[in-house]
Design a binder for this molecule. Structure first.
Ligand SMILES: [Zn+2]
Length: 250
């Protein structure tokens, strides 16, 4: 029996499923869709515009939480990056734009178990915003259709420690100045030093909160999109010790 005849005897949805699996190579890369109700796209190698547009901001946050759980429980997807690269080469439809630290131990795509093309990721020491980052976020949301702005800090952050210690070095001095308001705004009863990790992490969390406030204040474009419900501006802290991303409530 030829392959054509064999396929011809199968129900339509099975045929579609088979051809899609054949096209994508394997049951892989369902970072954003593995457990969602969108079963028909569960095996896609990259987000399509239609898939992304169907997701609401809260869906996207939920999918990132699930991806992080796969990461910290050792159940990451077996990513076929070559298939993802090929599937995303002609267009990108990322669901979110992230602002994260440059720390080598906190790569968002990995710790959230995402694929090529799932998110925009802006990285700068201490995950602070500036006009160029806001411009990037406005591009991501207003022009490219992303629906979540996620500011993600992390524990034991060197930039936060530097701000606490009033470190000075070339252009780093100006960068740390953007973090210092978070140091001052952190209420903390213990020792307020960079050697006290509890304090460092409390400042890092406050820094995420202040950065979220600054994004709303300094980007009327994003603030309006948030008030319209088109996007959600969210915060999170990544724990280097546990691998868990703690998403802020709200
Ligand atoms: Zn850092």
């Amino acid at each position: 029996m030829s392959a054509r005849q064999e396929i011809g005897q199968q129900p339509l949805h099975d045929r579609r499923r088979r051809s899609f699996l054949k096209a994508s190579g394997a049951i892989t890369a369902f970072a954003f869709f593995g457990t969602v109700t969108l079963g028909s796209i569960a095996y896609a190698d990259a987000l399509t515009r239609a898939q992304r547009d169907r997701l609401k901001p809260d869906d996207i946050l939920a999918l990132m939480k699930k991806g992080n759980k796969r990461f910290y429980t050792g159940k990451r997807e077996d990513h076929n990056f070559l298939a993802q690269q090929r599937a995303s080469a002609k267009g990108q439809y990322p669901a979110a734009v992230l602002l994260t630290c440059i720390d080598s131990r906190a790569p968002a795509e990995t710790i959230l178990d995402l694929r090529i093309g799932d998110i925009f990721n802006s990285r700068v020491a201490g995950n602070v915003a500036n006009p160029d980052i806001l411009g990037s976020m406005e591009f991501a949301c207003k022009l490219a259709g992303a629906k979540v702005v996620l500011v993600m800090g992390h524990t034991a952050c060197g930039a936060i420690k530097g701000a606490i210690d009033n470190a000075e070095l070339g252009n780093l001095t100006g960068l740390l100045a953007k973090i210092k308001p978070a140091v001052a705004a952190t209420t903390f009863s213990g020792e307020r030093s960079s050697k006290n990790y509890a304090f460092v992490d409390a400042v890092a969390r406050k820094n995420v909160e202040i950065t979220m406030t600054n994004i709303r204040k300094d980007s009327p474009v994003l603030a309006e999109m948030e008030s319209n419900g088109a996007i959600k501006i969210a915060g999170a802290m990544y724990n280097l010790q546990t691998g868990v991303v703690d998403f802020f409530a709200g």
